[in-house]
Design a protein around this ligand. Structure first.
Ligand SMILES: Cc1cc2nc3c(=O)[nH]c(=O)nc-3n(C[C@H](O)[C@H](O)[C@H](O)COP(=O)(O)OP(=O)(O)OC[C@H]3O[C@@H](n4cnc5c(N)ncnc54)[C@H](O)[C@@H]3O)c2cc1C
Length: 322
């Protein structure tokens, strides 16, 4: 069900903005899977003030979903009811802050993790190299407590800034962010604006060498130049999802245009024309087979949003990822 009332367009009920509002905007081109339906309305705010005013002025019942670069998202084929918010260049600033010995960066939520890692390299700040291996934004990294190669956001975040559902700014300490494995306890309706990250002084050559190691490891193990959402399932306690999937005989398994990667079997791939339903059904089939073979229930790490093509349940912007 769209969030607009019958015979009334949602876009006509939204407050004026300085940024851009687009109706029925395709999301497939802005997600890694390149699949799924449109946003009922896509909003690209001009800046944080524009976003805050929009949140304060929009009808309270209209759902809002934040989008990074869609590297951990499956948008269902019926699209996302309500407003999807995409943070653009105004939210992508990365700058050194604080005393020189503090080795601290402030990064906008729309900044690519790779650009934050490169800024850290330029500033001689070590400890943020892992971000070069995560293909998302800082907003997505905060939501997911993104991590790679032994470090995660929890290890480097000092604090973050967010807007609540009415557009009020909040400062969130590390404790308030409530990070655990690929999860933040911050309520789903918060939109992250920025994060303050701590590293430690390091020689650029060392940082560069670590980033090169990470790049080589990713090239060797992940299907990088494909339409994928990265790791599909979280690792269950004491086990690795890919090993369980392999054991259950799912490597290379197909459903419509979706396939379990041959290179890394915790990655699902859109081989060309997969629907989001193909990808989700393949993931569910993998879960069934892994449970039958090993007794372990895999949990989705990829976030599935929106409604199926039929437009019926699950509920609008239902987020059943956890
Ligand atoms: C090839 C590949 C490799 C990957 N490797 C890793 C890895 O090593 N480690 C790892 O942790 N992840 C990995 N991922 C997954 C993904 O890159 C991370 O989860 C990343 O943090 C998602 O960021 P994003 O900007 O793409 O968020 P999206 O996928 O757009 O969104 C993910 C979630 O974050 C929320 N979100 C996004 N921005 C905001 C915001 N500003 N405020 C509030 N909520 C927001 C969305 O609503 C959604 O719930 C990989 C993905 C791919 C495709």
């Amino acid at each position: 069900m769209p969030a607009a009332r019958k015979n009334e367009r949602l876009i006509d009920r939204l407050p004026p903005v300085r940024g851009r509002l687009a109706e029925n905007a395709a999301l497939a081109p802005v997600t890694w899977f390149r699949a799924g339906g449109p946003a009922e309305v896509l909003f690209r705010p001009a800046d944080a003030e524009d976003l805050a005013r929009f949140l304060a002025g929009k009808p309270a019942e209209v759902p809002v979903t934040a989008l990074g670069v869609g590297s951990n998202l499956l948008v269902r084929d019926g699209g996302v009811p309500g407003v999807v918010i995409r943070l653009g260049r105004a939210f992508a600033r990365v700058a050194r802050v604080g005393a020189p010995e503090a080795a601290t960066l402030e990064a906008g939520a729309g900044a690519l993790d790779l650009n934050v890692a490169l800024a850290a390299l330029a500033e001689g700040i070590g400890g943020l190299e892992f971000l070069s291996g995560v293909p998302g934004t800082i907003g997505g990294a905060l939501r997911m407590n993104a991590g790679a190669y032994g470090r995660e956001m929890k290890d480097v975040v000092i604090e973050a800034e967010a807007l609540d559902r009415r557009g009020n700014r909040e400062r969130l300490t590390l404790a308030a962010l409530g990070f655990s494995y690929r999860h933040s306890a911050v309520p789903e309706d918060r939109i992250f604006l920025s994060a303050r990250l701590r590293g430690s002084p390091a020689a650029p050559a060392e940082i560069e060498a670590r980033m090169a190691e990470i790049k080589a490891a990713r090239e060797a193990t992940q299907p990088l130049r494909t339409r994928t959402g990265g790791s599909t399932f979280t690792n269950p306690p004491g086990a690795r999802a890919w090993e369980l999937i392999e054991k259950a005989g799912c490597r290379g398994l197909r459903r419509g245009g979706a396939m379990v990667s041959e290179k890394h079997c915790n990655f699902l791939i859109n081989t060309g024309a997969a629907s989001a339903a193909d990808i989700e059904a393949l993931g569910e089939e993998v879960r069934r087979r892994v449970f039958a073979a090993t007794g372990v229930v895999l949990e989705w790490e990829i976030r599935r949003i929106g409604v199926p093509a039929s437009g019926l349940a699950p509920a609008a912007t239902g987020e059943e990822g956890r």
